[in-house]
Write a protein that binds this ligand. Structure first.
Ligand SMILES: NC(=O)c1ccc[n+]([C@@H]2O[C@H](COP(=O)([O-])OP(=O)(O)OC[C@H]3O[C@@H](n4cnc5c(N)ncnc54)[C@H](O)[C@@H]3O)[C@@H](O)[C@H]2O)c1
Length: 362
C-alpha cells in the first residue's frame, strides 16, 4: 500500500476509556496495514490490550466467515469471558467483522470502534450494522448478507488517521460523506463538493474534512437513533447502495474488488438519475455529482455492462420484499430534492437498465 507519510499516533491516552475493563479482558483487533504507517503502534496496542492483539490484513476479500472463525479462536484461546471488550482499530472491514465476532462470541461481548478510514469514520463505525460477505450456492458473493445489528459501546474518532490515507481510500470514504449530506440539505451538499475540490487541490487540510465528517456522522446518528433496526427511516441511508452494492458484488465475485465508496459514487449517480427521471428532481445535483465523479473517481471499470448479473445482485438486496403475488420488487432510496429522500421506491428492471446505461455512457 502506498503510504502518504509516517505519523506518530498516541493511543495510550485512551487507556482511561477502558478502565472499567480488567486489563486482561481487553483485546485488540487491528488492521495489520497500519503498522508500517505508525511507528510504535504495535507496542501501544499491546499496552492498551494486555489480553492480546490480533492483526489482520484488511481488505474486502477477508470479510468472510473464515476470518470470523479466526477472531473467535483468538478470543477463546486467550480465555476471553463475556466481560471482555474487543477494541477494533481499522476501516470498515475491521469494524464490520469485529462487531459481528463480538456480537456472536459467547452470545455477545462489548466492542469499541476506532475508525482509521474516512469511510469508517462517517459511516461504518457507528450505527450498529455488523456483517460479513457470504456466497450463495452458485458462488456469487453477496455483500453483508450475514450479520446482526449490534452497536459498539463507543466510537473513538481521531483525525490523525486521515493523514496517511491513500487518495483512493480518501475518495472512497468521501463518497459516503457526500451521500449523507445529500440527505441533509443543499448547503452542506455544496460544501462537501467544494471541500473535496479544495482538498484534492491541496488548499484544504484534513481538519476541514474531519469537521465535515463529524457533521455527516451527526446526520447519520440522528437518523439511526430514530430507527436503529432499519424498519423505516433508516432505509434512506441506502441512497446509492442498490446499484452500488450490485457493482461491488460483481467485482468481488470476479475477484477484482472495487472500493466500497467508488461503488457508492456510481450508485449515487444512478440514484440521482432515477430521481430526476422518475420523481422530477432538479437535474443540477446530478450534473454536479457527475462532474465530481468524472474528475476524481473516473468511470466505473467493472462489469456494469453485465445487466443480468447486476439485476440478480439487486434482487438479493436486503431492502427488497415480495408483493402479494410473490414477485420480488427492487426498491431504491431516491430523492425528490436534496434533503427529501423517498425510501422503498419500487423501480422496474428496464428503468434500472436505463440508469446503468446512463452511468456507462458518461
Ligand atoms: N456497517 C456499516 O454501517 C457500513 C457502512 C459502510 C460501509 N461498510 C463496510 O465498510 C467496508 C469498507 O470500509 P473501508 O473502505 O474502511 O475498508 P477497509 O477497512 O478495507 O480499508 C480500506 C483500506 O485502507 C487501509 N487503511 C485503513 N486505515 C488506514 C489509514 N489510516 N491510513 C492508510 N491506510 C489505511 C486498509 O488497510 C485497507 O487497505 C466495506 O466492507 C463496507 O461494506 C459498513
Amino acid at each position: 500500500m502506498q503510504a502518504k507519510s509516517q505519523k506518530y499516533m498516541n493511543l495510550l491516552s485512551l487507556d482511561s476509556r477502558f478502565s472499567s475493563y480488567s486489563s486482561h479482558e481487553r483485546f485488540v483487533l487491528a488492521d495489520n496495514h497500519l503498522l508500517p504507517l505508525y511507528p510504535d503502534l504495535l507496542s501501544q496496542l499491546k499496552a492498551l490490550a494486555p489480553g492480546g492483539v490480533l492483526l489482520m490484513d484488511a481488505d474486502e476479500n477477508i470479510k468472510n466467515i473464515d476470518s470470523i472463525g479466526k477472531i473467535w479462536q483468538f478470543l477463546l484461546s486467550r480465555n476471553a469471558t463475556r466481560h471482555a471488550v474487543l477494541i477494533c482499530i481499522g476501516g470498515g472491514v475491521i469494524s464490520d467483522m469485529g462487531g459481528f465476532a463480538a456480537a456472536t462470541y459467547k452470545r455477545g461481548i462489548a466492542y469499541v470502534n476506532i475508525p482509521t478510514t474516512l469511510l469508517a469514520m462517517v459511516d461504518a463505525s457507528s450505527g450498529g450494522k455488523t456483517a460479513i460477505d457470504f456466497p450463495a450456492e452458485d458462488g456469487v458473493i453477496y455483500k453483508n448478507s450475514v450479520g446482526v445489528f449490534y452497536p459498539p459501546i463507543d466510537t473513538i474518532m481521531l483525525p490523525d488517521w486521515l493523514d496517511t490515507l491513500p487518495t483512493q481510500q480518501f475518495l472512497s470514504g468521501y463518497a459516503e460523506l457526500i451521500k449523507t449530506l445529500l440527505l441533509d440539505c443543499e448547503s452542506t451538499f455544496l460544501k462537501s463538493l467544494s471541500c473535496l475540490e479544495n482538498y484534492m487541490e491541496s488548499t484544504a487540510n484534513v481538519s476541514e474534512v474531519f469537521h465535515l465528517a463529524k457533521h455527516a456522522l451527526a446526520v447519520k446518528r440522528s437518523i439511526v437513533t430514530e430507527d436503529p433496526f432499519e424498519q423505516g427511516k433508516r432505509k434512506v441511508l441506502n441512497l446509492g447502495h442498490t446499484i452500488g452494492h450490485a457493482l461491488e458484488e460483481m467485482s468481488l465475485t470476479e475477484q477484482h474488488p472495487i472500493a466500497h465508496g467508488y461503488a457508492v459514487m456510481y450508485g449515487l449517480i444512478g440514484a440521482l438519475y432515477l430521481s430526476v427521471t422518475l420523481l422530477g428532481m432538479n437535474r443540477k445535483p446530478l450534473q454536479l455529482l457527475t462532474s465530481v465523479m468524472l474528475r476524481y473517481y473516473g468511470r466505473p471499470q467493472c462489469t456494469c455492462k453485465d445487466m443480468y448479473g447486476l439485476l440478480a445482485c439487486m434482487r438479493n438486496d436486503k431492502k427488497n420484499s415480495l408483493d402479494l403475488n410473490g414477485h420480488l420488487q427492487i426498491r431504491f432510496t431516491l430523492l425528490t430534492q436534496i434533503g427529501t429522500p423517498v425510501p422503498d421506491h419500487i423501480v422496474l428492471d428496464d428503468q434500472i437498465v436505463q440508469a446503468v446505461e446512463y452511468i456507462n455512457s458518461l
